[in-house]
Design a protein around this ligand. Structure first.
Ligand SMILES: *[C@@H]1O[C@H](CO)[C@@H](O)[C@H](O)[C@H]1NC(C)=O
Ligand SMILES: *[C@@H]1O[C@H](CO)[C@@H](O)[C@H](O)[C@H]1NC(C)=O
Ligand SMILES: *[C@@H]1O[C@H](CO)[C@@H](O)[C@H](O)[C@H]1NC(C)=O
Ligand SMILES: *[C@@H]1O[C@H](CO)[C@@H](O)[C@H](O)[C@H]1NC(C)=O
Ligand SMILES: *[C@@H]1O[C@H](CO)[C@@H](O)[C@H](O)[C@H]1NC(C)=O
Length: 714
């Protein structure tokens, strides 16, 4: 800390207002801002250290974290008052954009302007709530009645019994803070914070923090357009989870194997279309390669490098903790290039995608920090930018593109492109992504709307909004508990989700502008982004120096100038059709045939690859697919996926009828079926042998690698 210079400068500035130094005022103001930013940086560093200690469970860390957060609020309020008191209009010339922007951000730091007692109440509530959730050790994991939050998350994905799921979730709800306290003493602080900035409503205040005028209005408008797709997905999930009678009714959150219902990916195995080869392989290969924790992050960092953004700062790998809890938390000490990850080692598609998003966020921070104009406040202002959400989200979309999956050794490109199958695979990928993003989009807006309505006092006039669960039933068609909202740091700290909501919309727009530039659907999107990443670089390098909506037209290559829902709905086109067909089987399906890829493809390739020692990724893939063929037998979730894909509506849609319509001769089909069965039996034997060899060679390789690593470390 270097507070000694500040008072002197401050004094000088206050005297200069009416004096002859007028032309030097600007220089003075600039120095004052610079000093204040340095102090902010010191605070940030100390808060980051305390947060980190609390995350990794250092003794008495919660106390220190609370202390840091309290002091921070007092400090921030004081700096704002100082700038306010010296600032006069003549200090800033009209073309002094950067300084003007910094001053504005420092003058409006958000909730820290609350009265000290109120600020302390806010951070105490939030910090304590999260700490209690994180460190409770008596969650009910079904088989184990005393487990940790990490184990709870993991067990949820594997539990199939409804009653047990309900019990597991109930054990978690007990750890949440008091809803009454939140409603009476925490949420209303938002009204007081908005008053500090003379906003008449909290909505205006949130719009200003998201830096989008009429932001919530825009969000509602966007949601109205996305809602039909969400409702179709919700109906389809209801149908597959609870049968036809449940269509149109709210889905109980615990049936979604989720705690808050903002992510439905855990039930995907009940929802897969008939030909879900890509899901099965992706799921299996992630497990076989153990692509969780640091490995997933290293793979994600590789994608970022492939996009031509360069490597990440090396200390990320030495200082992060990949053995903690999910979802990932990024701890930034606001010194350029000093960011750490705290996350878990569990392997899942969701964690794999989260890793890509997190790594891109770190890269974002690095790029912003590279530009010398971006001092503290232009990097770390208390603002909710959609860009800051969308660009990292775009990286996670890219991680599930065919070429990226191929490079990661998760699904071979030749298998993806086999005959008419690509659209079947695309549909499955869209389903994976939709199950993550559509419920989130809804949840974000629901949480913001509910808080605003409660604050506006609609409680008395309409019973529906009086509780979160009632509101959510109507708004989301999800049947949840009242308290579960209080597990979310954005809620306990009174932050708006608006930026995240808009980021989710924008990410598909970014995707679309790049995808439209591709020569064909089969081209490599990541490769294309890598040769043309300047749009992204430019936007990232400006940090908070420019309002994010003003950067949209350049970012979107001038095709669009604002937020549009169409990129998102276009992205999910195949899924949308599929959902229509599932919900109304009488519709003409027009479905393209799926052709089982020949099993020998990997066998043929095995030989040349064998010689190509560098091509490790390919080798892994094939070895894994073969292992997978053998392993599926008693694998719980996999087995379930196979079983469920043969029941219910899909049965009605059995493609025999469709084949006839398309003029195919059934006899021919059955002939070829027998032929394939014959071949398959013969191949199965070969495959088994090769798999054993491949696996042996694979583990031998791993051993060699380990030895190599060990010796290079020594
Ligand atoms: C869980 O922990 C509590 C307190 O530590 C103990 O009383 C209880 O017996 C434990 N339950 C199980 C099933 O281990
Ligand atoms: C908001 O501010 C007013 C006036 O300072 C105060 O009386 C009230 O208690 C504050 N609200 C909350 C929730 O603390
Ligand atoms: C809010 O309004 C009051 C009274 O008009 C004024 O004194 C104060 O400076 C305003 N605050 C801000 C942040 O504009
Ligand atoms: C950074 O500041 C310099 C000097 O103030 C200015 O010339 C330059 O354009 C700024 N760069 C950006 C990216 O705003
Ligand atoms: C349910 O939500 C819709 C908007 O999504 C709203 O128009 C309607 O009034 C709500 N119903 C009730 C009973 O509040």
């Amino acid at each position: 800390m270097r507070p000694s210079l500040l008072p002197a400068l401050f004094l000088l500035l206050s005297c200069s207002g009416s004096s002859m130094f007028r032309s030097d005022d600007r220089v003075m103001l600039e120095s004052l801002v610079e000093l204040i930013e340095m102090d902010y940086e010191d605070h940030c560093e100390q808060r980051a250290a305390a947060s980190w200690d609390e995350l990794v469970g250092a003794p008495a860390a919660l106390q220190r974290k609370l202390e840091r957060d309290k002091v921070y609020g007092i400090f921030s309020k004081k700096q704002t008052h100082e700038i306010r008191s010296v600032l006069t209009t003549h200090m800033l010339s009209p073309n002094d954009d950067i300084l003007r922007r910094k001053v504005k951000l420092l003058l409006e730091p958000g909730d820290t302007m609350l009265d000290t007692e109120q600020w302390i109440r806010l951070v105490t509530f939030g910090d304590t709530a999260l700490h209690n959730l994180r460190y409770a050790t008596d969650y009910d994991c079904g088989s184990n009645a005393n487990c940790t939050l990490r184990e709870l998350h993991k067990s949820l994905t594997m539990q199939h019994d409804d009653e047990t799921l309900r019990r597991m979730k109930a054990s978690w709800e007990q750890k949440l803070p008091s809803l009454d306290e939140y409603r009476q003493h925490i949420l209303p602080l938002l009204r007081n914070a908005s008053k500090e900035y003379n906003y008449t409503t909290v909505e205006e205040y949130w719009d200003s923090l998201a830096e989008y005028e009429g932001g919530l209005l825009k969000a509602r408008e966007l949601w109205d357009q996305v809602k039909p797709l969400y409702l179709k997905l919700q109906k389809y999930v209801s149908l597959r989870l609870r049968g036809e009678d449940a269509i149109g009714k709210p889905i109980p959150v615990h049936l979604l194997k989720s705690l808050t219902g903002d992510d439905w990916l855990n039930v995907i195995e009940l929802l897969l279309p008939k030909h879900a080869d890509i899901y099965q392989k992706l799921h299996a290969n992630l497990q076989l390669k153990n692509l969780g924790g640091e490995k997933a992050y290293r793979r994600a960092a590789k994608l970022i490098e492939e996009l031509n953004f360069g490597p990440l700062e090396p200390q990320l790998w030495t200082e992060s903790n990949f053995n903690g809890q999910c979802p990932p938390i990024l701890v930034d000490s606001c010194k350029p290039n000093n960011v750490k990850m705290y996350t878990c080692k569990d392997v899942s598609i969701a964690n794999y995608m989260d890793a890509h998003e997190a790594v891109m966020k770190i890269k974002y921070k690095e790029v912003t920090a590279l530009h010398s104009n971006n001092t503290y406040v232009l990097r770390d202002a208390n603002r909710y930018s959609a860009l800051y959400e969308a660009i990292p989200g775009f990286a996670s979309l890219l991680s599930l593109t065919p070429h990226a999956l191929n490079r990661a050794g998760l699904y071979p490109l030749e298998r993806f492109n086999y005959r008419n199958n690509p659209n079947h695979h695309r549909l499955v990928l869209q389903l994976i992504i939709a199950l993550r993003d559509l419920p989130k989009l809804n949840y974000y807006l629901a949480a913001d709307e509910w808080r605003l309505q409660v604050l506006m006092g609609s409680i008395t006039s309409s019973k529906v909004v009086s509780s979160w669960s009632e509101f959510r039933k109507n708004f989301s068609l999800v049947d949840s508990a009242d308290v579960e909202l209080l597990s979310d740091p954005y809620v306990t700290f009174n932050k708006p989700f608006l930026g995240k909501f808009m980021g989710l919309i924008l990410k598909y727009q970014i995707y679309q502008t790049f995808a439209e530039e591709l020569i064909s659907d089969d081209a490599d999107l990541a490769q294309h982004v890598s040769v043309d990443n300047s749009r992204l670089m430019e936007a990232m390098s400006r940090g908070y120096g420019v309002l994010w909506p003003a950067m949209l037209s350049d970012l979107l290559a001038k095709r669009e100038y604002g937020l549009e829902f169409t990129a998102l709905t276009d992205y999910f086109r195949l899924l949308d059709e599929y959902l229509d067909n599932q919900l109304d089987p009488s519709l003409d399906t027009n479905e393209m045939e799926y052709e089982e890829p020949p099993v020998e493809t990997p066998v043929e390739n095995e030989i040349p690859i064998e010689k190509d020692a560098d091509n490790e990724v390919e080798l892994d893939t094939h070895a894994n697919i073969l292992e997978n063929v053998i392993d599926t037998g008693d694998d719980g979730p996999m087995k379930q996926g196979v079983e469920t894909s043969t029941v219910g509506v899909l049965e009605i849609k059995n493609p025999v009828g469709a084949n006839n319509e398309h003029g195919e001769i059934p006899a021919e089909a059955s002939y070829s079926t027998y032929w394939w069965i014959g071949i398959a039996v013969a191949l199965a034997v070969v495959v088994l042998l090769i798999a054993i060899i491949a696996k042996k060679r694979h583990s031998h390789r791993k051993q060699l690698e380990r030895q190599r690593r060990d010796t290079s470390h020594a």
